[in-house]
Design a protein around this ligand. Structure first.
Ligand SMILES: NC(=O)c1ccc[n+]([C@@H]2O[C@H](COP(=O)([O-])OP(=O)(O)OC[C@H]3O[C@@H](n4cnc5c(N)ncnc54)[C@H](O)[C@@H]3O)[C@@H](O)[C@H]2O)c1
Length: 374
């Protein structure tokens, strides 16, 4: 491999946001782009000055100049695309979720081990400024002992691309699952979940149900975290549920707790246990962590650096907490062997399978499902 990692970005909706970050990262060569629509592909290639352009994913994999692919294709393609890329000897970054079946998660973990290539699921939440802030508080001992964790991701997906209607809510649960597990990991690692119990609630419209056979408007799961006495609870909804967009996590500690804001635009709250005085709630302004990044990509933590400010996921997601440059940097450092990927393949599988197993549990009326380990 050349001293710079030659990257191909696949899928240029959300994926296009990462192009200028790779272009500005000192360790990357933003080499190729891929999307199916030729006119749109050329538009992006001209805009960013990228010569290697592909409408077929298979052709990206045949290009020996490509060291790493960053996959941002539709959800059902993540598993098959990651498997094909690892088999072709490429390093893989893939947007969430890892896959929509346990079988594909297993195959990716096995292929990653066999090939020795990097696989990293590009989970935005664990690189958001909010997560980095809470993790820092916990690691410094300010929260005390973690007593409980809670995440929610409620988003109305009406009008989103064709693979969304009727998607089981827990098939896309990594944004609320991942912070609950990552915070309990030693630096650079994550705790893993071992079993999950989930209840489905309410009912979406019949025309939505037919796509995946999943009837629930809301799925709510609790899961046990391996080698700890902590349990976490996560809630997901995608359709027919009135709630402003919310991608939240709360951490309840013995000394301090962090609680996500109720509505967008507010600040989160820190609760401090006061003895003998009562608990004291204080709104907190979360700092930015751009200083942890190479200087040329620091500005990409700010919403002003976002390419397509109209993309719904940014309007609703507030720019994903400034996570994109942190993710890009973490992936490149992993490819260069400077530090392990977080999340690595087994961790990405565990975060994804909490959701896949939760949906199984909901379909079985709330039976406990043990999460497989590979
Ligand atoms: N916070 C986050 O982590 C976050 C936010 C937004 C989107 N996403 C994920 O990113 C993915 C893409 O989201 P989007 O909103 O841009 O979706 P989209 O459906 O609008 O765009 C998909 C892109 O992939 C391309 N594509 C589709 N099939 C392909 C194939 N076989 N080969 C090559 N390219 C192909 C399309 O041409 C298009 O450019 C989704 O899986 C979504 O879940 C994650």
């Amino acid at each position: 491999m050349a001293s710079k990692v030659r990257v191909a970005v696949v899928g240029l909706g959300f994926g296009a946001e990462f192009i200028p970050i790779y272009q500005n990262h000192p360790d990357a060569e933003m080499y190729a782009i891929c999307r199916r629509n030729k006119a749109e592909l050329d538009k992006a290639g001209d805009k960013f000055g990228i010569k290697a352009r592909y409408t077929e994913f298979a052709d990206v994999l045949k290009d020996p100049n490509v060291d790493a692919v960053h996959i941002n294709s539709p959800i059902p393609d993540h598993g098959p695309h990651s498997i094909a890329a690892l088999k072709a000897g490429k390093h893989v970054a893939c947007t969430v979720p890892m896959a929509t079946s346990i079988e594909d998660c297993k195959t990716i973990v096995e292929l990653q081990r066999k090939t020795g290539k990097v696989y990293m699921m590009m989970e935005t939440v664990v690189y958001s400024r909010e997560y980095l802030f809470v993790k820092e508080l916990y690691d410094k001992g300010e929260l005390g002992r973690i007593q409980f964790l809670r995440g929610s991701h409620q988003q109305d997906m009406e009008g989103w691309p064709s693979y969304w209607p009727g998607l089981p809510p827990m098939w896309y649960a990594t944004h609320c699952v991942s912070p609950c597990l990552a915070i309990l990991g030693k630096p650079g690692t994550s705790a893993h979940a071992e079993s999950v119990v989930c209840h489905g609630s309410g009912r979406i419209r019949e025309d939505l149900i037919k796509h995946y056979g999943s009837p629930f408007a809301v799925e709510s799961a609790t899961f046990k975290i391996k080698d700890t006495d902590v349990a976490a609870e996560v809630t997901r909804s995608l359709f027919d549920t009135a709630r402003q967009y919310r991608e939240s996590f709360d951490v309840m500690g013995s000394k301090k707790s962090f609680e996500w804001q109720q509505v967008e635009g507010e600040e989160p709250v820190i609760h401090t246990l006061g003895k003998p005085e009562p608990e004291i709630p204080t709104r907190v302004k979360v700092p930015d962590y751009a200083s942890r990044l190479p200087a040329p990509i620091q500005r990409f933590t700010q919403p002003a650096a976002i390419q397509d400010a109209d993309h719904l996921s940014f309007l609703q997601g507030g720019g994903h907490g400034g996570s994109h440059p942190h993710l890009t940097h973490a992936f490149l450092q992993a490819v260069l062997g400077k530090r392990p990927a977080l999340p690595d393949a087994p961790t990405s599988a565990n975060w994804t399978m909490v959701g896949l197993c939760a949906h199984q549990s909901a379909m079985k009326g709330g039976e406990r499902v043990v999460i497989p380990t590979f």
